[in-house]
Write a protein that binds this ligand. Structure first.
Ligand code: AMP
Length: 280
């Protein structure tokens, strides 16, 4: 991978990079298509990164299907599918970590201690291996995107970070490899996430800016589903992820909800049109 990337750079080619954990879906494909448009060489990595999973999380169960992923990558014009293994990425003696501080602490950082340290470390390593001109991430993982932007700025990394909108199923469910865990009944219940985002957006657009009131609205919609358990519902500043009591157009609404055993996340900028319905 390093040789391919160096050769491309030596020839003056730009390198687009899409890091993933595989079990690819249309959300990943939208990043690949953007990468195809922007770079001469398009690299996609598939690595289920053990260091971003906590004890008791779903590292072992995480869905994997390299044959299917390869076909999807090929269809989307990927030049290099980079699939390292854990021993190559974390050889014996490994002891260096990248830790982005404050912005990694709330939201998923609070529910999953150590998660973002694993993410930033592996993304920094992947950037050093692939040496991309531009790397593509989904807004679906909003905090991850914010943390990576922070890391790239703080460590003077020579890469452009591009964030792309969340791709949804026709009924509003944000695409996720973890949706494969859902039973048909849970799949229906999981719609409460996008429904709650739509409800909060509508309330904000009608003039409500109190985060307490907006939170109640979101929680009300989610808790109507008997199998839904809220991990967090938070309104934060869209760039810094600092807490806010009054929503404005720069506020992000982020949530994590357990549907049965499956933990799902979703988010929206509260001032943005929540338009998936119009698209289907
Ligand atoms: P993952 O394989 O889940 O680690 O995701 C790899 C990349 O794809 C990350 O940058 C995610 O934010 C992005 N991604 C995952 N799901 C979606 C989606 N539904 N829409 C857009 N991007 C997504």
């Amino acid at each position: 991978m390093k040789e391919r990337a160096s050769a491309a750079r030596a020839e003056g080619k730009s390198v687009s990079f899409v890091p993933t954990m595989g079990f690819l879906h249309d959300g990943h494909a939208s990043l690949m298509r953007a990468g195809r448009r922007r770079g001469d060489l398009l690299v996609v990595s598939i690595f289920v990164n053990p260091t971003q999973f906590g004890a008791g999380e779903d590292f072992g169960a995480y869905p994997r299907d390299l044959a299917r992923d390869s076909a999807i990558a090929l269809d989307n014009g990927v030049d290099v599918l980079f699939v390292p293994n854990a021993r190559e990425m974390y050889p014996a003696g490994f002891q260096t970590w990248v830790n982005v501080e404050d912005i990694s602490l709330p939201l998923c950082g609070a529910s999953r201690p150590g998660h973002f340290r694993g993410v930033t470390t592996v993304v920094a390593k992947l950037f050093n291996i692939v040496r991309p001109t531009v790397a593509f991430f989904g807004e679906k993982d909003y905090q991850q995107l914010a943390v990576i932007r922070r890391m790239v700025a703080d460590l003077d990394m020579d890469v452009e970070v591009a964030g792309l909108p969340t791709v949804r199923e026709a009924d509003g469910l944000a695409m996720s490899s973890r949706n494969a865990y859902l039973s048909p009944a849970e799949r229906t219940s999981a719609l409460c996430l996008s429904r709650s985002l739509a409800a909060a957006t509508a309330l904000y657009r009608s003039g409500e800016v109190s985060v307490r009131r907006l939170c109640e609205e979101v929680e009300g919609v989610i808790l109507r589903e008997p199998c839904a358990v809220i991990d967090y519902v938070e309104f934060r500043h869209g760039d810094t992820l600092e807490e806010t009591e009054q929503a404005d157009d720069r506020t992000v609404l982020a949530l994590a909800v357990r549907i049965g055993k499956t933990r799902l996340i979703d988010n929206t900028m509260i001032g943005r049109d929540f338009t998936w319905k119009e698209r289907c």
